[in-house]
Design a protein around this ligand. Structure first.
Ligand SMILES: [Zn+2]
Length: 299
């Protein structure tokens, strides 16, 4: 088993397929037994978790040292044409934050919405206004969970890297969830060591190094066409360059949580965790031999 890394935690979104029971409590035990470090609780199809269950999950996760985050419902649309729908989305997002915090999740990830008939600029303004309200209530209630807006993979969805970073820069207490499968699928471009480094550099430049030292990242293989993401697939079955990606993550000094969303969940998460460990080992060895060379050179 690969030892836990202080820098990067690896985990999955939702209950893994090979877990004995379809329950978050079981999933926490199961992930800990595999040597994984994180679980993203899925509120994506609504709230099926009682307050009492949330309390139990919080205790279990802290005993098992599993870092928790949560994902808000998919049907949130802060840019809906319909005002009622926008208000309902705000309420859903706030309730997700409250439930996430009750379950001990430190972060809540959400999809902001769709452009619909609005221009990207109009959508940006609308979503920013909606988020301002949510963030001010969040501050008032002092909910101990961070709100994280996700980079999205379909071109009709709000959430390009630039949109996400600009919003996080403009609004206090809003943080990004960097989904690299989505970043790749959106334009079919970001899939090399150089591309990944550029993304991470941009994050650091726009939001400061703290954004890289406290990152929340989603990853999976992805199928896409000219309109962006079609669906998630396992990393090995996709053309995603995971080794180059991890190398960039390591070299940029990223710390935080990496959540795998491939269909195989725990298998891919373990694969990435092992790969990360091996790359770090290799890096340390290379550094050691470099130091030795330098030393020999000066003799
Ligand atoms: Zn998501």
């Amino acid at each position: 088993m690969t030892p836990a890394s202080d820098d990067l935690r690896f985990g999955v979104a939702g209950v893994p397929p090979s877990c004995r029971e379809n329950s978050s409590l079981q999933a926490i035990d199961f992930l800990a037994s595999l040597g994984l470090d994180a679980l993203e609780l899925e509120f994506v199809h609504g709230f099926k978790m009682s307050q009492e269950m949330a309390g139990q999950i919080k205790i279990k996760a802290s005993q098992s040292r599993i870092k928790l985050s949560a994902h808000a419902p998919y049907f949130i649309n802060l840019n809906s044409e319909d005002q009622g729908q926008r208000m309902r989305s705000q309420e859903l997002l706030l309730n997700s934050l409250r439930l996430a915090a009750a379950a001990g999740a430190s972060d809540l990830v959400f999809h902001a919405g769709y452009y619909g008939r609005k221009s990207p600029e109009e959508a940006y303004r609308q979503i920013k206004d909606s988020l301002k309200d949510i963030l001010s209530i969040n501050r008032l209630e002092r909910i101990p969970a961070r709100l994280r807006i996700e980079t999205m993979g379909k071109r009709q969805q709000f959430g390009s890297l630039d949109e996400v970073l600009s919003l996080c820069r403009e609004l206090d207490d809003l943080y990004p969830c960097l989904d690299f499968a989505h970043l790749y699928a959106r334009e079919g471009k970001i899939n090399s060591y150089r591309d990944f480094c550029q993304v991470l550099k941009k994050v650091g430049k726009k939001l400061g190094q703290t954004a890289l030292k406290n990152a929340h990242i989603h990853i999976s293989g992805v199928m896409f066409n000219q309109w962006g993401e079609i669906r998630h697939i396992n990393i090995e079955e996709s053309g995603f360059h995971d080794e180059e990606w991890l190398q960039a993550i390591i070299e940029a000094g990223v710390k935080g949580t990496i959540i795998d969303e491939s269909p195989s969940l725990e298998a891919d998460a373990l694969r990435l965790k092992n790969l990360c460990f091996n790359l770090k080992e290799k890096g340390t060895r290379a550094e050691l031999s470099r130091t030795r060379h330098d030393f020999l050179d000066t003799e």
